[in-house]
Ligand binder design. Structure first.
Ligand code: FES
Length: 62
């Protein structure tokens, strides 16, 4: 099984608290939503338990 994080499918839910998918976050980044704060405002992601911030940051850093 492939466990490489960078190959997670786009449907992968990054933020389980808000159900925000990797695809949604990548679409926002493509539109210039380029900071964790802005992703939070746009999706609500990272406003629950906060444990997904590292995963969102990883997508931003790509
Ligand atoms: S998983 Fe994103 S705030 Fe909990």
């Amino acid at each position: 099984m492939n466990t490489d994080n960078s190959s997670r499918p786009k449907e992968t839910v990054i933020c389980t608290c808000t159900g925000t998918s990797k695809e949604k976050i990548e679409q926002l980044i493509a539109k210039g939503v380029d900071t964790l704060d802005k992703i939070e405002s746009a999706t609500g992601a990272n406003t629950g338990c906060g444990s997904c911030d590292i995963l969102i940051q990883e997508l931003l850093d790509k």
